[in-house]
Each structure stands twice: as structure tokens, then as C-alpha cells.
Design a protein around this ligand. Structure first.
Ligand code: FE
Length: 192
């Protein structure tokens, strides 16, 4: 009991650690990092932005939907939108509240929002993001942007999306998974 508590505080954290460490070796689309490196870089950007435990957790786990499906390494290259934001949100809802799961669910919508609202953001997207953007519905128009901003947690989703896009740098040094797990544990629903 004490050992488990000292380690992470919760077996659910071990499930997430194992997913990241085993499925994270999948390449992240066409980019130069794998899923684990991408997750760690996103979480690291969130932490350094001072966003708090919920967004650090959301950033670390935002693409968990890619790790729990079986559509291969890069469905977008084959014209498939894997809806990973919905898969990931449903997976995480068992254990986390909306402050974690809603930014995950909305992080693709946040990309569409940013591409509509900030032309410079669209111009800076990775080639893989451009490809998936078309599958995801393209940039939001003004009415869609207003509707998006009215959603709870949309601002957090935009922050997460900025961390996401910045998290594709080959060789960037970050802390390891264990470093972020205490923040994850603090966001878990009470066990039982
Ligand atoms: Fe991502």
C-alpha cells in the first residue's frame, strides 16, 4: 500500500504510464518524433506555460486516442480521420473530470479555430497537420469560431493546441514520463 502510494498514488496512473511507454513508440504521423516524445514535449510546454495540473495532464494524454485504436501509424495519410480526440476523451472520462477531458476532446476543434482566427497559425502548421485539417473539416468560419469560444474549456483547448503544435521537435530534451505522473495523479477522480 505504501509502495503504491509512494510510486504514483493510483494504479490507474500505471495503466497510463504503460500505454505511453508501450504504444508511444508509434511514430507521430509523418513528423520526426514518436508519440511518446510528442506527449512529453506537449506536457513540458504546458508546464512551462504555468497552466496547472489539468492542462499538463491533458497535454500529456491528448493523443491517447491514437494509442488505443488500431488504424495503424498514420491513418490521415490514407484519408482516414481516426477521430482520436473523441476516442481519447471517452477513454479518459472514466478517470478524469472535464477540466482534463474537454481540452482533449476539443483539441482538434481548437486547431480548426486557430486556423480560422489566426492566418499565421495556419501557415505554421506541419505538413501532417495540414493534411489532417482537411479531413477534420478545414478552418472554422467566423460563426463557427464564435460557437467554439462559447464552449466550456475552449480556452484551455486552444492552449493545449498551441502546446501540441510546438511538440514536434526531433531531439528536444524533456523530463521523462515519471516526472509528469504526480500531476496526472492529482487530477484523478477519487478512487472507489
Ligand atoms: Fe498531438
Amino acid at each position: 500500500m505504501m509502495g503504491a502510494t509512494a510510486r504514483t498514488g493510483d494504479d490507474r496512473v500505471e495503466v497510463l504510464r504503460n500505454l505511453l511507454l508501450t504504444k508511444g513508440v508509434r511514430q507521430y504521423g509523418l513528423d520526426d518524433v514518436n508519440q511518446l516524445e510528442h506527449a512529453l514535449q506537449a506536457a513540458w510546454h504546458a508546464e512551462r506555460a504555468g497552466t496547472g495540473d489539468a492542462l499538463v495532464t491533458a497535454a500529456l494524454l491528448h493523443d491517447i486516442g491514437h494509442m488505443v485504436h488500431d488504424l495503424g501509424e498514420n491513418p490521415a495519410a490514407e484519408g482516414i480521420d481516426d477521430l482520436h480526440e473523441q476516442v481519447g476523451c471517452r477513454f479518459l472520462e472514466r478517470w478524469f473530470g472535464p477540466e482534463v477531458t474537454e481540452p482533449v476532446r476539443l483539441h482538434v476543434a481548437a486547431k480548426r479555430y486557430l486556423c480560422g482566427a489566426e492566418p499565421d497559425y495556419a501557415a505554421g502548421l506541419s505538413s501532417d497537420s495540414v493534411r489532417s485539417l482537411a479531413l477534420q473539416g478545414g478552418p472554422m468560419d467566423a460563426a463557427e469560431q464564435r460557437a467554439f469560444l462559447a464552449l466550456p474549456h475552449s480556452e484551455a483547448a486552444v492552449l493545449l493546441r498551441r502546446c501540441d503544435e510546438a511538440a514536434k521537435v526531433a531531439g528536444l530534451a524533456t523530463p521523462d514520463v515519471a516526472y509528469f505522473l504526480p500531476a496526472v495523479a492529482r487530477c484523478l477522480r477519487p478512487a472507489g
